[in-house]
Design a protein around this ligand. Structure first.
Ligand code: MG
Length: 382
């Protein structure tokens, strides 16, 4: 499924006061807009993320918008969304729209909204009212009590099949201010489904909201900026197996014994990455009792570990790996291993260090009966 994302960040945030658009205010030391954009970039495999920002920001976008398409916002919210939609790829089947002012959106909320829109045409995240809902008049006198089970408070993400959004935005040109796209889709005669929203997915509209969001982030255990992980692996060297290290097959008369391809470099790095994210170890994620991993390409395990790290909100800063092998000589293969690991993890080769060592002839490694690998991984909060 081809899904595009639009982040509406064109507003000025008049309700917040102050000179700065509210989406540029800092939340826990990071601009709100950056948090929202990052949540989208890592939350779903979008074909593109399009961000509509005020003209002055579009003229010189900050670095954190490097991986998105930046368009100028319009006078009203629906104009910003329309501008962004015009920039969307023709192949998009579903478009998901999100408020920049909701930085605490989760990957699972994005996914269930997109899935429901794909199935039903249009879907929005919403919370069912839990308080009793009263209707009041201008002088604050209650004029009725509404049935709570019929009241839903709309959030974003709001997702639409492309044709539905096109109909909705066609109305937008003539409509007065619409507070969300679902309203336009409803007016265009489409059914819009409600999916379970998230009470933490709050919209930062006032200074009190910002304080609440700070508390919610803190309550998550205030993720540290950096985390370090350590990985170790050892396999026996036996005849009749290929020797594979970091995805590279090295010419030698023996290879490493194991359930998978026994790539000890990949295994040690995988454990270092999982360890750094406090996400368990290789045995828990890829048990050797599971036939799925028999003769598995360990590069795939490495990529899975990188995915787990990224979902935890971290990026790989660098890796340092020591391979202890009496034989063969590894020097001619070190660069190929570094490139292979970097490619698998989607990082630069400069972030991957691999060093070879002999074991001075002692122990099983020194006797040529085994190869051992130590790896250290440093993660930085993304
Ligand atoms: Mg192993």
């Amino acid at each position: 499924m081809h899904v595009s994302a639009i982040i509406a960040a064109g507003g000025r945030g008049a309700r917040f006061g102050g000179s700065q658009p509210k989406q540029l205010l800092m939340l826990g030391g990071v601009p709100i807009l950056k948090r929202t954009v990052d949540a989208f970039l890592r939350g779903y495999p979008f074909i593109e993320v399009i961000v509509a920002v005020p003209a002055e920001l579009a003229a010189s976008p900050p670095d954190y918008l490097d991986d998105v398409i930046v368009v100028e916002g319009g006078a009203r919210r629906q104009d910003s969304v329309a501008n962004a939609f015009r920039a969307a790829a023709p192949s998009a089947q579903v478009v998901v729209i999100h408020d920049a002012a909701r930085p605490l959106v989760t990957a699972s909320l994005i996914e269930r909204t997109v899935d429901a829109a794909f199935e039903h045409g249009a879907a929005i995240a919403a919370l069912q009212a839990t308080d009793t809902v009263k209707r009041g008049d201008a002088s604050r006198v209650i004029r009725g009590t509404l049935p709570r089970d019929e009241i839903f408070l709309a959030q974003t993400p709001q997702a639409f099949r492309t044709g539905v959004l096109r109909d909705a935005l066609a109305l937008a040109a003539s409509a007065s201010d619409a507070t969300d796209e679902a309203m336009l889709a409803e007016q265009a005669g489409h059914h819009v489904r409600l999916v379970d929203g998230d009470p933490r997915n709050l919209k930062i509209t006032t200074p009190e909201d910002l304080e609440m969001a700070e508390r919610l982030i803190g309550a998550r255990g205030s993720a540290p900026a950096m985390r370090i992980g350590n990985g170790y692996d050892l396999h026996r060297l036996v005849a009749g197996r290929p020797l594979i290290l970091g995805g590279i097959t090295i010419p030698f008369d023996k290879g490493l014994q194991g359930h998978s391809d026994a790539d000890a470099v990949c295994h040690a790095i995988t454990d270092a990455l999982l360890g750094a994210a406090s996400a368990g170890d290789i045995g828990r994620h890829f048990p050797d009792t599971d036939p799925a991993w028999k003769d598995a390409d360990s590069i795939v395990l490495l990529q899975r570990a990188a995915q787990i790290v990224s979902r935890a909100g971290y990026a790989i800063a660098n890796l340092d790996v020591v391979v202890i092998a009496q034989q063969p000589r590894l020097v001619p293969h070190i660069d190929a291993i570094r490139h292979s690991v970097a490619r698998a993890l989607g990082i630069d080769v400069q972030q991957v260090s691999v060093k070879g060592k002999t074991n001075e002839g002692v122990d099983s490694m020194g006797a040529g009966e085994s190869i051992a690998v130590h790896a250290v991984a440093l993660l930085q909060h993304s």
